[in-house]
Design a protein around this ligand. Sequence first.
Ligand code: F6P
Length: 541
Amino acid sequence: MSRNNLKGWQQLETMAAASEGKQIKALFANDSERFANYHLAHSGILFDYSKNRISDDVKAALVQLARECEVEAWRDAMFAGDKINRTEGRSVLHTALRSDHCPNQAIGQQVQEELDHIRSFSERARSGQLFGYSGQVITDVVCLGVGGSNLGPEMVTEALPSQPGDTVKLHYISSVDAVPLEHLLAGLSAATTLFIVASKTFTTTETLLNAAAAKRWLLSEAPETAIALHFVAVTEDTDKAASFGITPDYCFRIWDWVGGRFSLWSAIGLPIAIGRGYSAFESLLSGASAMDEHFRSADIAQNIPMMMALVGVWNTTFLNINTLAILPYDQQLHQLPSYLQQAEMESNGKSVNWQGEHIQYNTCPILWGQTGINGQHAFYQLLHQGSHDVASDFIVSANSCAQSDIHHQHLLANCFAQSQALMNGVGEEEVKRELLANGLNNNEIEQLAPHKVHAGNRPTNTLIIDTLDAFHLGALIALYEHKIFVQGIIWEIYSFDQWGVQLGKLLATNMLGDVQPGSAVDRYDSSTNGLLNHIKSVSHS
Ligand code: F6P
């Protein structure tokens, strides 16, 4: 049965139509227990979804919709290793990288072998037992990768504060633009630098171009044999890595059942273990595993990933709120919005259903955001008074990793004040009263009042993490992963492929010859021809 014929779906459509003009703050006024009834907590994460336009009826219909879409059966199929990534004929088993519940022994053994490899290699690196071609200790690790082979490790190492034992400096290069790489290498010594080439396919142009440049840089002073001591690969295609010159001991495996944007739990996370210690990497996996267990076992209405997914479906599909701002109030999480952009938009940014039909409802919202405090001084104006209805996730930790309490108290106060302001707004009467109290005359009040009115009623979630450490970060990331999965099921989307990304890659490869100096191009549309020919006319090369 198609989604919009399901009973839960139809109820939600009716409720959405009737919700026009209903205020979240009125829901609070009518229910003193609203927070108690609309928050969940597990694995050191509190999820408050009370500041959404959700009543008990809506909640019940969302849970019914999840049941009708058989999300629990799909979830179990994912954990069991069924090939739910049907367009690529693959299992989806990133959960097997962090749990004892492997669908079969062979996978469990492979995972354990790679974990042992990550442990021994990272411990060697951190204890000064990795040496370059000249016998000097490796001091710097440059991680080359893009998308899922970069965003996760970089976001996590930024999020986890450096400890005294963190001896190796990590650097990340993801852009194909040569400027950051050249700038970085100019400050490094080839004799003490190790490169990690992270690419599941070992075919991604950006990464391979950077790896080739890094190799040239090394070989400009070192013999060919140095490659074996200065290059690590993390890949599914170990043959390609070997052709590059990477030795088995320096080659880490991932498998086709680990999607790129869900891969930080695999050897793609090697930089985390090198930079923050293997025990931190292990804690990250444990936190994710704790969230997995919750996701596997809790009833839908008590299940944080499921409820977070359902709230998102309500906002996007039924209330037509098509953007979601990710607003962390921890500076360490500054890369979380970018990370989640890929995780959500590459997974569910699709408009064709499992039957290959064009979808008639809104699917994945546009995700964006940045740290809340900086956002407050940039785009929050639009959140409060703009013409777009925006949903937001506020994320903050209860305990700070810093010494000073007062700074953290400011973060907390700002976080909670903003979500409250987005809900309550400021009505015209209140604005006028305030202006009158400030001594403005009637004429001035009439002119100024409309500009100071805040409509409010903006939906927000708030997530409080006990402490921003590896365990809780792991749980938080896994929570979003499972949310994405559930939404994909409800929208009938294949969440684990990314055909839309392939098209651009192919066209860029075909166009490469046309950006080089030479005769004018006329084989494209007039805009593309014009842009290419302009480059040829002004290029200095
Ligand atoms: O952006 C598309 C994509 O295929 C991602 O899914 C993936 O994380 C990234 O490219 C990098 O791919 P690879 O690890 O194969 O280099």
